[in-house]
Design a protein around this ligand. Structure first.
Ligand SMILES: Nc1ncnc2c1ncn2[C@@H]1O[C@H](COP(=O)(O)OP(=O)(O)OP(=O)(O)O)[C@@H](O)[C@H]1O
Ligand SMILES: [Mg+2]
Length: 248
């Protein structure tokens, strides 16, 4: 596997009226092409900030972030964010939400792409529905389809299941793995849920408290689908809790 994203000595300082806030304090991280990397860390440590910098929504104060060797300076259609349900437009149908980012393609072409992603996320028959008619999990599927339809190389997922109930969240975890395997995108997901991290990730980057660095990157070779009762699953969870300094 080749390296897709390189983060080297990334520092991020926010200047506020109350003074400077040091958020990232020399983050080093490599993300491999096609891998599923999960970032975990304490609340407020800078996970979203790191993701925003990798996506080009924020610029690092010093250090560098490169994708395919090129410095990230601005957002790009090649790298998309999956938000919680807030990302979809309530006044657009499912079809229009997914087609929105595709610009002015001829209808036939656009329809083919939109329907491909509607099928991929399992929403056949709902293309004319409006978000208000959908469940939380279905809205999240629209959000995934909308992000994937522009055919990005990198998918950033910032706590994408946060708004879902526990049962739907479990279902969506296996869905995202299925979609990831079918589309072979590089996925970077942020969560504060250690179990979610172990279930999803090829590798897990554990961050320290703010100002944050990457404490360690753990390899996760447990076979999929993963069983939370497997001794290896528990051992990896305990290791992460240990790094985060949480007594269990
Ligand atoms: N635009 C900004 N201006 C000033 N401070 C900011 C800005 N964005 C984030 N911060 C600060 O940076 C720190 C890290 O925020 P960030 O949202 O990256 O953390 P996080 O790890 O994603 O937290 P959470 O787990 O709660 O989502 C916080 O102290 C926050 O107040
Ligand atoms: Mg966050």
């Amino acid at each position: 596997m080749s390296t897709k994203i390189t983060v080297r000595g990334a520092h991020k300082v926010f200047s506020t009226k109350k003074g400077d806030v040091d958020v990232l304090d020399g983050v080093d991280l490599d993300v491999m092409e096609g891998e599923f990397l999960v970032i975990v860390g304490p609340s407020g440590c800078g996970k979203s900030t790191l993701l925003n910098c990798m996506a080009g929504f924020e610029l690092v104060t010093s250090g560098s972030i490169r994708i395919d060797g090129a410095e990230v300076r601005e957002p790009s259609r090649k790298r998309v964010f999956v938000f919680q349900e807030a990302g979809i437009f309530p006044w657009f149908s499912v079809w229009d939400n997914i087609g929105f980012g595709l610009g002015n393609l001829p209808f036939e072409e656009k329809h083919e792409i939109v329907m491909r992603y509607i099928r991929l996320v399992g929403l056949e028959g709902f293309e004319k529905a409006f978000p208000s008619e959908l469940s939380g999990g279905m809205k999240q599927r629209v959000e995934f389809a909308r992000a994937l339809a522009v055919e990005p190389d990198v998918l950033y997922l910032d706590e994408p299941f946060g708004a879902l109930d526990a049962l739907t969240r479990l279902g969506m975890r296996s869905e995202i793995i299925r979609i990831w395997r079918e589309t072979k995108k590089t996925c970077i997901l942020v969560t504060h849920d250690v179990e979610e991290a172990v279930e999803l990730a090829d590798r897990i980057a554990v961050m320290t408290k703010r100002p944050a660095t990457v404490h360690s990157v753990l390899q996760n070779d447990l076979p999929r689908p993963r069983d939370p009762d497997h001794p290896g699953f528990r051992a990896l969870k305990d290791k992460i809790f240990g790094i985060l300094g949480v007594e269990r």
